[in-house]
Design a protein around this ligand. Structure first.
Ligand SMILES: Nc1ncnc2c1ncn2[C@@H]1O[C@H](COP(=O)(O)OP(=O)(O)OP(=O)(O)O)[C@@H](O)[C@H]1O
Length: 571
């Protein structure tokens, strides 16, 4: 619609529509067959029933122009279809998954791009015959790499965005993530590329026919040009009609591509979310788990509910180790428990392994990482070694996730409402209207004053604090029992931090949630947590009630951490 408000867009779209319509209505617009010749009329000008006159063989120019347009446009369509069918899916796969497919596809694409197009077309004409359709298939094959490269480049960038990680964590399958978050980003550039490639295909095809490389037996605009050129001395006007048709159609396609670029890409530029994710599928975005046991051997825990060693029903981690090829083990035998209605803080300096532990619980370790030892149970179910599909079911149903960077976890191309409704529909199997009602309820639940406005807003139109509330609403949408929150307030200013923490506390109490809270902020621990686990170098060095760990820390490292914050109170 916005295309039609763009002057260039409107003109080019009308022009193309007129050409396509005329070509489709060829039998209605012209009563003559394109191949019927009457040498008597050769080179004659316009006559009754023949508004454009006759060509060198006495054939009706108008009907040749209309039927020729069918072949010319049809050929371009074939080239496009082949290029899209080859280039887009392979670009998506290569960009999204990378790995061996990416390497081999890129190799093939480089090879195809190195081939001189004209020589290949000439060679294929010699081998496959001169039918225009076959040549167009070959042309499609030759331009497919441009789609592959375009899609691959965009997709490999998009998959590093945190909102794609967030979609994974909220339990959406790869197919849904691709169709919802990835395809929407590549859609606009693909449409623009289609318009450009269509123009190129039409011109190339005409060029081939003009040079006499086509079959010549079916009318095309290029073949008409070729024939007119031979008679340019005698009747120069013959060049005009096919030249005009070609010029107008290719020109309209190029203008349309430019207008589409203006219209479609201007939306994508607005929201620029801050990027946090480093190259690795983002160790930065995870939440961490809470723990229970695992103090260094022999440390008796005060205030631990239950018997020592007894596993919590909601979340229990035992002897968890995470390894990477090359790096080796980065988490060494972590034990943690989170019970229903309990908030467990996981603290520790950067690189201590909090994220790896949380990733393991969420089942989203980077490709190369793996849980090399130990057990994680959620509601009594062992999740180590669970297939991805089963993991997905857990994420976003039993387990909700509140990420650190609210803005980066929202897709800039969709409204807030759209992003809330989709997982709700998918997870709870609700219809759109019911899911919308639920999303609005959730926005109210997270204390957003004007839910409708926020529902209709794009991420760049709301504040960071609001975005974090939206993500909390998202995490709560499927009524989870366990919430994993990764530094949920770090990116917010102090006043908003307090509000968001207050909200988390209220939701936790009202819903009897177990919460695993990863944080550097010991004030937050004191404020919110029932228990704390202190992590260092991949190990939990101390656990206990928040009060006990903060007031009488046993481990020297905990004292060091506290000393950095509360130098007067410790020691
Ligand atoms: N993809 C990876 N390959 C190899 N090693 C990794 C990878 N990701 C993380 N690590 C290593 O795992 C260790 C623990 O990292 P982790 O991200 O869990 O720390 P963290 O405590 O969550 O830190 P932060 O607070 O900065 O997020 C680090 O030493 C890191 O180098």
């Amino acid at each position: 619609m916005r295309l039609l408000r763009h002057p260039l867009g409107l003109i080019s779209a009308l022009l193309l529509a007129a050409v396509v319509l005329a070509v489709l209505l060829a039998p209605v617009l012209s009563a003559h067959a394109p191949g019927v010749s009457s040498l008597r009329h050769a080179f004659e000008g316009p006559a009754d029933g023949h508004p454009l006159g006759f060509d060198s063989a006495g054939r009706d120019i108008l009907s040749r122009l209309l039927y020729g347009g069918r072949n010319t446009l049809g050929g371009a369509l074939i080239a496009l279809a082949v290029a899209l069918a080859l280039g887009v899916p392979s670009g998506l796969l290569a960009g999204y998954y990378g790995g061996w497919f990416d390497s081999s596809a890129s190799w093939v694409v480089n090879l195809v791009m190195a081939l001189p197009a004209m020589v290949v077309l000439l060679a294929s004409r010699a081998i496959l015959g001169s039918t225009v359709w076959v040549l167009m298939v070959v042309l499609g094959f030759l331009v497919a790499p441009s789609f592959f490269r375009l899609v691959r480049g965009i997709v490999s960038n998009v998959r590093k965005e945190l909102y794609v990680d967030a979609a994974k964590v909220s339990g959406l399958s790869d197919a849904r993530i691709v169709s919802r978050h990835v395809l929407t980003v590549v859609r606009a550039p693909i449409i623009i590329q289609v318009a450009l490639v269509a123009g190129i295909a039409i011109s190339l095809q005409a060029g081939l026919e003009f040079l006499g490389i086509g079959s010549g037996d079916s009318p095309t605009w290029g073949a008409m040009l070729n024939e007119a050129f031979k008679n340019i001395q005698r009747e120069p006007l013959l060049m005009l009609w096919p030249g005009l048709a070609l010029g107008l159609t290719s020109g309209a396609l190029v203008l349309l591509a430019a207008a589409l670029r203006d219209v479609l890409e201007d939306r994508g530029t607005a929201p620029a979310a801050p990027r946090v994710a480093p190259a690795v599928a983002s160790a930065a975005s995870v939440a961490s788990p809470a723990f229970e046991a695992s103090a260094p051997a022999g440390t008796a825990e005060q205030g631990e509910p239950g018997e020592p060693g007894e596993r919590a029903h909601l979340l229990s981690v035992r002897d968890l180790a995470v390894s990477y090829p090359g790096t080796g083990e980065v988490v060494h035998g972590v034990d943690l428990d989170v019970r229903a209605g309990e908030v467990v803080g996981l603290v520790g300096e950067s690189g201590s392994g909090k994220t790896q532990t949380a990733f393991s619980i969420l089942g989203i370790l980077p490709e190369t990482g793996r849980v090399s030892r130990g057990s994680i149970t959620i509601e009594g179910q062992e999740i180590v070694g669970l297939p991805e599909r089963a993991h997905r079911t857990l994420r976003g149903s039993l387990v909700g996730y509140v990420p650190q960077e609210p803005m980066s976890n929202l897709d800039p191309a969709f409204t807030i409402g759209g992003q809330l409704v989709e997982p709700i529909r998918y997870k709870l199997g609700l219809r759109r209207a019911a899911a919308t009602r639920r999303a609005l309820e959730l926005l109210r639940l997270v204390e957003i004053a004007d839910p409708r406005r926020v529902f209709d807003a794009y991420p760049h139109e709301i504040s960071g604090g609001m975005a974090q509330r939206v993500l909390i609403a998202g995490a709560m949408s499927c009524e989870p029992k366990l919430l994993i929150a990764d530094e949920p307030t770090t990116a917010l200013d102090v006043r908003v931090q307090a509000e968001v923490l207050g909200l988390l506390r209220r939701l936790q109490r009202e819903n009897e949630l177990g919460v695993l809270l990863v944080t550097h902020n010991l004030g937050v621990v004191a404020d919110l947590c029932d228990r704390v686990a202190v992590m260092r170098d991949g190990r939990i060095v101390e656990t206990g009630t928040a009060e006990q760990v903060l007031s009488t820390p046993r481990d020297p490292y905990t004292r060091e951490l506290l000393g950095a914050v509360l130098p007067l109170e410790v020691k």
